[in-house]
Design a protein around this ligand. Structure first.
Ligand code: BMP
Length: 227
């Protein structure tokens, strides 16, 4: 079972009633089981770069990743500037692929490679609105991913066929799939379709017993996908 905890990324998107101390204690429980953390704008706006750094030091001790999810979508120079603020505070950063490679993701990727930080690109999103624009451009987005060669790609657990097509096209890339729990996908929907990690947020963090909720996700994963 232990290795299956390694395949879960807990999205910690706090509301303002939760103190950093409480979150750090919770993060420790997730990471000592082997799971990883994803911190996005809700976390950064509340606790700043310092908060991210503190979570990183808690989870880094357990060999877990802290993935910084700012879903950057800017020119390369600015994405690089933003990412530099989190140097030494995150294992990976997430950016949108649709900004393109030239003077965009190329600059970010070069900087992250130099700093030893992983790049994750968004291929497709888990909400229904992803079909309105993003998914029409999938082939172009795949071309950008191909050029950039990120460590990981985000593909939706809510649409396992998209996960499977990312896997077929990029066997070398790690697939991180959000949408499990609150958005309706079940544990295993993405991993059984070729994803490496499932991202689970509110199902765990809003549970009265978050660690038990993580345990339930892993049990269900084991039941459905083995491991
Ligand atoms: P939840 O399990 O509470 O729905 O949280 C999902 C997390 O994954 C959120 O942090 C959200 O920003 C992120 N996410 C998503 O839901 N869909 C995507 O396509 C990409 C994401 O990063």
């Amino acid at each position: 079972m232990e290795s299956l905890y390694r395949r879960i990324v807990v999205a910690v998107d706090p509301d303002d009633e939760v103190g950093l101390y409480t979150l750090k204690q919770l993060a420790e429980r997730f990471c000592e089981r082997g799971s990883h953390l994803k911190l996005g704008l809700p976390f950064v706006l509340e606790y700043g770069v310092r908060g991210v750094r503190e979570m990183f030091s808690v989870c880094g001790d357990h060999g877990s990743m802290v993935i910084l999810d700012l879903k950057m979508a800017d020119i390369g120079a600015i994405m690089r500037m933003i990412a530099s603020k989190f140097r030494g505070a995150a294992s990976a950063v997430i950016a949108h692929a649709f900004v393109g490679y030239n003077s965009g993701l190329r600059d970010l990727k070069e900087a992250l490679d130099e700093w030893g930080v992983k790049l994750v690109l968004v291929a497709s999103m888990s909400h229904p609105g992803s079909r309105e624009v993003l998914d029409h451009c999938m082939e172009r987005i795949f071309e950008v991913i191909d050029r950039t060669r990120p460590w990981g790609v985000v593909a939706p657990a809510t649409r396992p066929t998209v996960v499977a097509s990312v896997k077929a096209r990029f066997p070398y890339v790690r697939i991180l799939s959000p949408g499990v729990g609150a958005q309706g996908a079940k544990p295993g929907d993405a991993i059984c379709s070729g994803a490496d990690y499932e991202i689970v947020g509110r199902y765990i963090t809003k549970s009265p017993e978050p660690v038990k909720a993580l345990d339930r996700v892993v049990e269900e994963l084991k039941r459905r996908c083995g491991g």
